[in-house]
Design a protein around this ligand. Structure first.
Ligand SMILES: *[C@@H]1O[C@H](CO)[C@@H](O)[C@H](O)[C@H]1NC(C)=O
Ligand SMILES: *[C@@H]1O[C@H](CO)[C@@H](O)[C@H](O)[C@H]1NC(C)=O
Length: 453
C-alpha cells in the first residue's frame, strides 16, 4: 500500500509541472512600476528599482489550447474539456492580459492605479489583484522583519463596501504550473481561498459550486493556504492593519470544508486564522482619527509607514505612522477599555481579543505573531488589489459587524457605513468609477524610508 501511494504521488508531481500552460492570442506585457530601496536614515538615501506588475491568473481568460472556446465562462466550467481536474489542466491555457482596456490597471513611473469596474469589448471586469515582480518571471520577495514598508495611497474614490488592499503573502517567487509568476499564478492567503480556478498548476473544476451572487466566481473543492500580513485594507471610511497566522506558513493545499475561512461553512476548521489581529482605529473607539476631514484626511493622498520591529525570525512589534501635509501622525491610543498601546504585539492582540469578548481566538490558535514572523522570514510577495465583498459586504471593515450586535459593544463598530451598505450589486452599479492609487513604494531598514520624529 505504502509504495503504491508513493507511486501515485510521483505521478501527480509530474503532472503538476505541465499543468496550466499559456495561450498565444495575447502577449503578456507587464506594466512597469518603479519603487525605492532605502538605506541610511530619513528617506534621503534611496535607489530606484525597476519592477513590474502582473495580474493574478484568476482574472484571466482560460480557454481550450489552440481554440477560442472557453474552459471557464462566467462562473462555470466547460463540462467536456473540464470534466475532471487533470483533463482540464492539460486541455486549458491561461491568456495574456490587456491591462488597461480589460482590467483597468495602469501604471505611471512609481504609481499604480486600479479601477473598480472596467467595461471591455468582451466582458465587464470587477476589481483586480496584482503582484509586484522583480523581473518578467519572478515575484519580488520582501523580508519584512527589521524593515519598514512605506507607500502613498489615494483612497478618496473608495466608498463603503470597497477595499483597496496592500498586503503580503507567503507565495513562491516563481508562481505555480507552467504559466508561473509571469501569468500571476500561485496565490494563497489566510482565508485558504477556494475560489481559485487553478491551484498548484492543477484545475479546481471538480465539485465547483457557482456563486449565487457573483457572476464571475465560484468555490471549488481545493483551497490555497498561507500566512498573510495585511498592511493595508481600507477605503475612505475605515482602515485595518492585520496579521493572519497559519499552522504552515508557506503554501499548503487544503480540501473542502477543512479549508475553513471565508469560502467554507466551517470558518474556523482550517489551518489558518481567518480573522487576524486587527488594528482598526475606529474599532478601537477612536472614531475621529481616520476618514474624510479627520486627523488622517482620506479626501487627499497620504503616506502610510509600517515598521516590522525585530530581527532574524523574531517579530516583536508592528508599528504604524502616517504622513500627511508634512506632518507625521502616530497611530492613536485605543479608547476601548482594556487595550493599551498603539502598535501590534502578541500581548496587544491578547488584550484586544479579551476586551472585545471574542468567543474564538484563531490568531493565537494558529501561532500568533510567532507564525507571522516565520512567514516573514520565508520572504513574502507584495499584493495590491481592489475588491468588493460577496460574503459580508465589507461590513467587517467599515460598519457594525456582526450586524445584529449593538454598536456600543466593544469591537462591534468598525466604521460609520450603514449595515445595508456594501452590497456588491449596488456598489458595482453605483460606484463603477471607484479606484485606488498606490504610489512611491519605499522599503528598507527601520528609519530609512521617512523622517521619524
Ligand atoms: C475540447 O473542446 C474542443 C473545442 O475547442 C473540442 O473539439 C474537444 O472535443 C473538447 N475536448 C473534450 C475532451 O471534450
Ligand atoms: C529570537 O528570540 C528568542 C527568544 O526571545 C531569542 O532567544 C533569539 O536569540 C532571538 N533571535 C534573534 C535572531 O533575534
Amino acid at each position: 500500500m505504502l509504495s503504491r501511494a508513493f507511486l501515485l504521488g510521483s505521478i501527480f508531481a509530474t503532472s503538476l509541472v505541465s499543468g496550466q500552460g499559456v495561450g498565444s492570442y495575447q502577449t503578456e506585457t507587464h506594466p512597469k512600476l518603479t519603487w525605492q530601496q532605502c538605506s541610511g536614515t530619513g528617506g534621503s538615501n534611496c535607489r530606484t528599482v525597476n519592477g513590474e506588475i502582473v495580474i493574478d491568473a484568476n482574472w484571466r481568460w482560460l480557454h481550450v489550447k489552440g481554440d477560442y472556446k472557453n474552459c471557464y465562462d462566467g462562473n462555470t466550467w466547460d463540462t467536456t474539456n473540464c470534466s475532471d481536474n487533470d483533463k482540464c489542466s492539460s486541455n486549458c491555457v491561461v491568456e495574456g492580459a490587456d491591462y488597461s482596456a480589460t482590467y483597468g490597471i495602469t501604471t505611471s513611473s512609481s504609481a499604480l492605479t486600479l479601477k473598480f469596474v472596467t467595461k471591455g469589448s468582451y466582458s465587464t471586469n470587477i476589481g483586480s489583484r496584482t503582484y509586484l515582480m522583480k523581473d518578467t518571471n519572478t515575484y519580488q520577495m520582501f523580508n519584512l522583519i527589521g524593515n519598514e514598508f512605506t507607500f502613498d495611497v489615494d483612497v478618496s474614490q473608495l466608498p463603503c463596501g470597497l477595499n483597496g488592499a496592500l498586503y503580503f503573502v507567503v507565495m513562491d517567487s516563481k508562481g505555480q504550473g507552467t504559466a508561473g509568476a509571469k501569468y500571476g499564478t500561485g496565490y494563497c492567503d489566510g482565508q485558504c481561498p477556494r475560489d481559485l480556478k487553478f491551484i498548484n498548476g492543477k484545475a479546481n473544476a471538480a465539485g465547483w459550486q457557482p456563486s449565487s451572487n457573483d457572476q464571475n466566481a465560484g468555490v471549488g473543492e481545493r483551497g490555497a493556504c498561507c500566512a498573510e500580513m495585511d498592511v493595508w485594507e481600507a477605503n475612505s471610511i475605515s482602515t485595518a492593519l492585520t496579521p493572519h497566522s497559519c499552522d504552515t506558513v508557506s503554501f499548503s493545499e487544503c480540501s473542502g470544508e477543512n479549508c475553513g475561512g471565508t469560502y467554507s461553512d466551517t470558518r474556523y476548521a482550517g489551518p489558518c486564522d481567518p480573522n487576524g489581529c486587527d488594528f482598526n482605529p475606529y474599532r478601537l473607539g477612536v472614531t475621529d482619527f481616520y476618514g474624510k476631514g479627520k486627523t488622517v484626511d482620506t479626501s487627499k493622498p497620504f503616506t502610510v509607514v509600517t515598521q516590522f520591529l525585530g530581527s532574524g525570525s523574531n517579530l516583536s512589534e508592528i508599528k504604524r505612522f502616517y504622513v500627511q501635509n508634512g506632518k507625521v501622525i502616530e497611530n492613536p491610543q485605543p479608547k476601548t477599555k482594556g487595550i493599551t498601546g498603539n502598535s501590534i504585539t502578541q500581548q496587544w492582540c491578547d488584550a484586544e481579543n479579551k476586551a472585545n469578548q471574542e468567543d474564538v481566538y484563531p490568531f493565537k490558535d494558529h501561532g500568533g505573531m510567532r507564525s507571522m514572523a516565520q512567514g516573514m522570514a520565508k520572504g513574502m510577495v507584495l499584493v495590491m488589489s481592489l475588491w468588493d465583498d460577496h460574503y459580508a459586504n465589507m461590513l467587517w471593515l467599515d460598519s457594525t459587524y456582526p450586524t445584529d450586535k449593538d454598536a456600543s459593544f466593544p469591537g462591534a463598530a468598525r466604521g460609520d457605513c450603514p449595515i445595508t451598505s456594501g452590497v456588491p450589486a449596488d456598489v458595482e452599479s453605483q460606484n463603477a468609477n471607484a479606484q485606488v492609487k498606490y504610489s512611491n513604494i519605499k522599503f528598507g531598514p527601520i528609519g530609512s524610508t521617512f523622517k521619524q520624529p
